[in-house]
Every structure is written in structure tokens, then in C-alpha cells.
Design a protein around this ligand. Structure first.
Ligand SMILES: [Zn+2]
Length: 481
């Protein structure tokens, strides 16, 4: 009897004989194993799952689930020993650009747990919507969660669009994730991507001018003022309000795509730079994020930021840096050389909202988790992402994420002991019925091949979102970041 598993376990030692499908299961923990490691013993008498922690036991359960699916009844006998190469294996959901129901988010979480992904990077605040109920600042969900239309890419609707998760729904999700071994990392993106926050509280920008919740994608000039003390008082009260809901150890505070257009002209921001002895606007951004992260540290939380946060060269190395795009002047490497840790999610191997012909399943699976320019040990792990500008329905989200999220999961779990891509693909084809069992509409083998008609049609449809005008606007906004 053979085993077909994703991620591939470290060792699988099969013995003759069979373990009955209804064999009793014993669960226990042994701290001598690593925190996410597990050992599974299958014999005619029963199944013993031993985890280094409760999470290790949960991962053993997922392996057992996959084994049962593949065996169609009796299980093999033998011993499986397993542990991850990287402790950070996150998956990302953008619920700001388009709002996905709690039920859909839970379905994605269930599927992610099956592949031993261990953190949900939950993008709940952006220009196009604030998505959780706020006790401290109710206008965030009352005003910031609603927009006047949906004009992303080639889609054009002037119907009001919106939605947010109540605090009870957030608690339900966090509990659900915990039961499956997943920690939720909420992202409150600052100082840029804040149109939804400014629509509710315009005084937090440099100019205080009214801002609308955006109805299209892009980069917008109004960001949080770095000079006004009221901005930090707001953020601290907001984070305390949000942290009531998220007991995990990490919070993402964004730091990406923040144009300096307003900061350049703002007397408050200029005064701040003088007071703090900051040499340029990039350093002002580093200072801003360091200050928010220092506040989080008083609450025993680590902060994660996107790699633009390091452009000023003054980012505190205690912040986790998520690399996605344009490592200007080797700042990611410099951050790592100062002892900082890095989560790798470069567009070319992590952005699963792109068509399969652009970011292939193979790109995701074969991603480089040990780049030469980073010191050994700097890489904490990996993330797979699905930005939702052009994902409006559950089906679109699922078909983009799966099976690429499973490929990312195996990359992070197996690291350097990954198989070659054809071997992974063969296992994935055999395990494909698992997606239906999880209720997930995954892209079929015929269509994940980038040369296939399905992948080519997906690519053509995607390209229609990008008019020359939109691309010009995007490039121009990039100049000021
Ligand atoms: Zn300002």
C-alpha cells in the first residue's frame, strides 16, 4: 500500500499488514518533539498520534485524513515522522477589496489547515473597505465598510457595495482557526492604503480633506499624517480595540505603497522630521512604523511590515519584514544582516490572484526559500496570497488559491527536501478529490498547465482589467512611494 500526502512527510516507514479503517486513535503530546512535529504509528491494534504540542497532534490528524482519503478503507501499517522546515507558513485573504462571507473564509481556513498552513494573514483594512466592527471607532464599520460602487478593472457597477464582520463573527473565526492549528494575523495597513479609515475620520490625514472609500484599485495620495499626535492616539486605541479579538502573537501593520505626496508638503510631517532628526521621507515612514510596532510590543505583540517599510534604512530589526516587491538598495538583506527576520512572498512565486499562465503552480512550488543574498536563518517562512481586486465571487477566489496554496504549503513545510515539480504534480493529481471533499472549487489539472486552453483563456480575461490608462496611473503613483 502506498501513501499519497501533501505536504510530503519527512519519513514514511511502511510495514506489511493493514490498520483497520475503524482502528481506535490515541492522541498524546511529547514536548521532546519540535512544537509542530508529530509521529504517527499505525498498526493492526490502532493508531497513535504523538505531537510535540497540540498543534503537532492537529497536523497528524490532517495527515490521517489524507491517508484515509487515499486508501478508501483500510490504512497501511507503519510509522510516519514529520516536522516542518519553516515555522511561518501563512496564507492570505483580502476581504477588503471584495468581501467574503464568514462561511467562505472558514471554508478557506479548513482547506488551508488540511495542508498544514499555520497562519491566516487576514487583510481587513484597505482603501476599498474596513471590514471589522470597531467598538472604539464605530464610524470605521458604519462608513468605512461601504463604497459607492465596484469599478475594478473591466467591471463597472455603481451599486453600493460593502460589508463587515461583527465582533462575534471575528471571535468565531479566531476560535475556528485555533481549533485547526491556525493563528490569525490581522492586517491594519498604515500609513497608506487608508482611504476607508480616512472616509470615517478625515482629520487623520495631513490635509483633513474629505476622502471617499475607493471604488477601484490603485494607490491613493491621502495617507495618515506622521506629524499629528492624534494619529498615534487613534492607532493605539484602535489596536487595543482590535487586539481584544486577536489573541495571537503577531499583527501586520502594512507599510506598503505609501505615497509621500502629502508628507512632502505637510507642516506637521516636516516638523516631525526636524524633531526626530530624520533625513528623508522614507526615514519618516520607518519612524512611523517603528513607533506603532513599539506600542504593539508593550502589548506583547510582534509587528510585520511589507518591505517598503525598510526603504529608509531605519526600521527596527525586531519587525518582521514581508518581502513582496522591489528590494530597493538591498534593504531586505540589510534588515536581515541586522538580525531581522523575513517572510518571503515575492510576486513571482506567491501571488496566486494572478492567472496560472503568469504565476504557475511550478513557480509557487519551486519558490526559493534560501535566497543567496540573505544570511542563513533570516528566513522565517513563506506566504501565499490572493489579492481580491478582481476576485468577486467565492468560486473565483477558490480557483485562484487552490491548488497553488497547497504548493506553497509544501514548499514551507518541506523546504530543501522538496521533490521535483513533476513528482509533486503527480501526487497532487492523485489527491485532487480532496478539494471536493473540502468543498473547494480548485483549478483542475488540465487548466493549471500554463499552456492549456483554460490557462490561456484565464490570462486573456485577466489582461482585460488593465487599460493603458490604469497602468499609467499605477506607474505614476509608484514614483512617489
Ligand atoms: Zn502630515
Amino acid at each position: 500500500m502506498k501513501t499519497v500526502l501533501i505536504p510530503l512527510p519527512k519519513t514514511v516507514d511502511l510495514h506489511p499488514g493493514a490498520c483497520p479503517a475503524d482502528a481506535p486513535v490515541t492522541r498524546r503530546t511529547d514536548p521532546a518533539l519540535g512544537p509542530e512535529a508529530y509521529r504517527m504509528e499505525l498498526s493492526p491494534a490502532g493508531i497513535v498520534l504523538t505531537g510535540g504540542s497540540d498543534r503537532g497532534v492537529l497536523w497528524a490528524e490532517q495527515t490521517l485524513l489524507q491517508l484515509r482519503l487515499g486508501s478508501g478503507g483500510a490504512l497501511p501499517c507503519g510509522v510516519i515522522e514529520d516536522e516542518p522546515a519553516y515555522p511561518w507558513r501563512s496564507f492570505h485573504l483580502d476581504c477588503s477589496r471584495h468581501f467574503f462571507s464568514l462561511q467562505e473564509v472558514k471554508k478557506m481556513v479548513r482547506a488551508a489547515a488540511c495542508f498544514k498552513l499555520n497562519r491566516l494573514h487576514w487583510h481587513i483594512s484597505d482603501d476599498q473597505g474596513w471590514r471589522i466592527e470597531s467598538k472604539a471607532f464605530p464610524k470605521l464599520h458604519e462608513i468605512g465598510s461601504q463604497r459607492a460602487g465596484d469599478t475594478f478593472g473591466n467591471f463597472d457597477s455603481h451599486e453600493p457595495y460593502g460589508g463587515y464582520y461583527t465582533r462575534d463573527e471575528v471571535r468565531e473565526l479566531v476560535t475556528y482557526c485555533k481549533e485547526l492549528g491556525i493563528e490569525v494575523v490581522p492586517e491594519i495597513d498604515v500609513p497608506g492604503h487608508v482611504s476607508a479609515i480616512l472616509a470615517a475620520y478625515p482629520d487623520l490625514s495631513c490635509t483633513g480633506a474629505p476622502v471617499a472609500v475607493q471604488t477601484e484599485g490603485g494607490i491613493f495620495p491621502d495617507i495618515l499624517c506622521a506629524g499629528k499626535e492624534s494619529v498615534f492616539a487613534f492607532l493605539e486605541a484602535l489596536l487595543d480595540d482590535v487586539l481584544e479579538l486577536f489573541p495571537g502573537d503577531t499583527v501586520h501593520i502594512g507599510g506598503d505603497e505609501a505615497p509621500k505626496t502629502r508628507w512632502k508638503e505637510c507642516p506637521h510631517c516636516q516638523e516631525r522630521m526636524r524633531q526626530e532628526g530624520l533625513e528623508n521621507l522614507q526615514q519618516l515612514q520607518g519612524w512611523f512604523l517603528n513607533r506603532v510596532a513599539a506600542f504593539l510590543k508593550t502589548r506583547d505583540k510582534r509587528a510585520v511590515v511589507w518591505n517598503e517599510a525598510a526603504y529608509g534604512g531605519n526600521l527596527d530589526p525586531e519587525l518582521l519584514l514581508q518581502f513582496w516587491f522591489q528590494d530597493r538598495d538591498g534593504q531586505v538583506r540589510r534588515h536581515a544582516e541586522k538580525g531581522g527576520q523575513v517572510i518571503l512572498s515575492p510576486i513571482r512565486s506567491a501571488y496566486c490572484d494572478y492567472p496560472h499562465a503568469a504565476i504557475t503552480l511550478e513557480n509557487v512550488y519551486t519558490q526559493d526559500l534560501a535566497p543567496e543574498d540573505l544570511p542563513a536563518g533570516a528566513v522565517l517562512g513563506t506566504e501565499c496570497l490572493a489579492w481580491a481586486e478582481y476576485l468577486r465571487t467565492d468560486r473565483e477566489l477558490e480557483r485562484k488559491a487552490w491548488p497553488r496554496y497547497a504548493a506553497s504549503a509544501e514548499a514551507g513545510w518541506c523546504g530543501p527536501r522538496r521533490e521535483d515539480f513533476p513528482a509533486f504534480q503527480a501526487r497532487l493529481r492523485e489527491l485532487f478529490p480532496l478539494f471536493a471533499q473540502l468543498g473547494v472549487d480548485a483549478t483542475e489539472p488540465d487548466s493549471w498547465n500554463p499552456a492549456s486552453p483554460g490557462a490561456q483563456a484565464e490570462m486573456e480575461a485577466f489582461k482585460e482589467n488593465f487599460t493603458p490608462e490604469l497602468m499609467a496611473r499605477y506607474r505614476s503613483a509608484q514614483q512617489d512611494i
